[in-house]
Design a protein around this ligand. Structure first.
Ligand SMILES: [Zn+2]
Length: 331
């Protein structure tokens, strides 16, 4: 493992990946610093076709409210809203931040190119943050807009929203695969969040280094983060990053490597999701920001990328679900 920088929690790189090992390929170590990242903005944000594009960033928390989406008591933007707004200013796209679930009408959605969710819980209920909920018609309007060609980017807890109902507090329903009976929002997104274990440093395998924003990540990297687990992955996912579960601590990661970041087509729309983004120091990491710019730019249609489904090939054990509890130790 080679350190990317001396800073805490920065991404570091490995000379070989699980995937590379399985393919019998030995890759040379590439010590890399953020300064070595290719020049230019990922996601085609510097191009003529990106001009005037607008992003809607929706951060309603009906369930758990993350620190990066919580607005300060005195007013102003949350940590992640400020970063996304600043990225827009720097790279020439507009960002509208809202927690108001009533914005999802066909008329209102027309003005946005990409809709970004960092949400939680049942968004048709006022829930934890008490901001106005989405209506069922609003949810339908959102899904129709994406089907019709809008871009959608889900970050972290976007997959912890609209769980299959009922979703009892003991989380027993989380360990059941519902297949095509998945909630239509999660079907659009590509998978449903189950649970996460303790934050830890873990290795992420880059399964598509060609995807916009991924070049500096090379073949794999390690990061300290809160790592999500999932079920009901859609079989048409194009996996960009995969969780290497080998050596991870906790029952939640007792499963085969599975997708962490992916893209998929949804009708005429483009959907990008990354499970990362819990921690403030992930949001400020330039490599996370480049990944986000790449996903946003592809979702906005600034550029093309090959998103041929590859989930079976790169994460063949993706259907595995971890055991609900720590197995009892045998005497
Ligand atoms: Zn989290």
């Amino acid at each position: 493992m080679t350190n990317l920088s001396g800073q805490m929690n920065m991404i570091s790189f490995h000379s070989r990946t699980l995937l590379a090992r399985s393919l019998g390929i030995l890759l040379l170590a590439h010590p890399l610093r953020a300064a070595d990242a290719p020049s230019g903005t990922p996601g085609g944000w510097d191009s003529a076709q990106a001009k005037g594009k607008h992003v809607l960033y929706f951060t309603k928390s009906s369930g758990y409210e993350h620190s990066v989406v919580k607005r300060p008591a005195g007013g102003g933007l949350s940590f992640s809203e400020q970063i996304l707004t600043d990225l827009g200013k720097e790279h020439g796209f507009g960002v509208t931040c809202t927690k108001d679930g009533t914005v999802f009408t066909p008329e209102n959605l027309v003005q946005y190119d990409v809709i970004v969710f960092y949400t939680s819980g049942l968004l048709t209920e006022a829930g934890t943050d008490k901001t106005p909920p989405m209506t069922l018609a609003g949810k339908t309007a959102l899904l129709n807009a994406i089907q019709g060609g809008k871009g959608f980017v889900g970050i972290h807890a976007a997959s912890d929203s609209f769980h299959h109902q009922p979703d009892p507090p003991d989380r027993s329903a989380r360990y059941v695969a519902y297949g095509d009976d998945i909630d239509p929002y999660l079907g659009m997104l590509g998978a449903e969040f189950i649970k996460h274990g303790a934050q830890q440093r873990a290795r992420i395998i880059v399964t598509d280094p060609q995807f916009p924003g991924c070049a500096p990540l090379q073949d794999s990297f390690a990061l300290f983060e809160e790592w999500y687990t999932f079920k009901d992955f859609r079989p048409d996912l194009h996996v960009i990053l995969a969780q290497d579960t080998q050596g991870m601590k906790g029952v939640d990661y007792q499963r085969a490597p599975y997708p962490d970041t992916w893209a998929r087509r949804n009708g005429r729309g483009r959907v990008f999701y990354t499970a990362m983004g819990h921690r403030e120091d992930v949001w400020t990491n330039p490599l996370f920001q480049r990944l986000l710019l790449g996903g946003l730019g592809w979702a906005a249609g600034n550029l093309e990328a090959d998103v041929t489904p590859n989930i079976v090939k790169v994460t063949p054990g993706y259907r595995q679900i971890q055991p609900p509890e720590e197995p009892k130790k045998k005497p």
